[in-house]
Write a new protein. Structure first.
Length: 93
């Protein structure tokens, strides 16, 4: 499952929306007895904003996943940053 946060926040706040998405999908997957998908999370913000604080928060987010949902969920979440303005094309089709 690909998730893009265009205009993401900075620091730990970046991951609040991502956490809720993962929690919701995890709950539905468990309830419906479906295999939990892998999550590819792509973060983007305007070039003039300090985008360096978001990658620094990734280890803390992974620790939260591990603590609250276990290693299995942590190993299914991949986070990357995408530079550029979301007013132009950022991703392939």
């Amino acid at each position: 499952m690909k998730v893009a946060d265009l205009g993401c926040s900075s620091g730990p706040n970046t991951f609040m929306a991502i956490w809720h998405i993962i929690e919701t999908v995890h709950g539905i997957s468990k309830q419906e007895q479906l295999k939990l998908p892998e999550f590819e999370v792509l973060l983007n913000d305007l070039p003039e904003n300090d985008f360096n604080s978001s990658p620094k928060s990734v280890p803390g987010f992974y620790e939260k996943l591990k603590k609250e949902r276990g290693d299995m969920l942590q190993e299914r979440c991949f986070i990357g940053g995408v530079g550029g303005s979301f007013y132009h094309r950022l991703f392939p089709t």
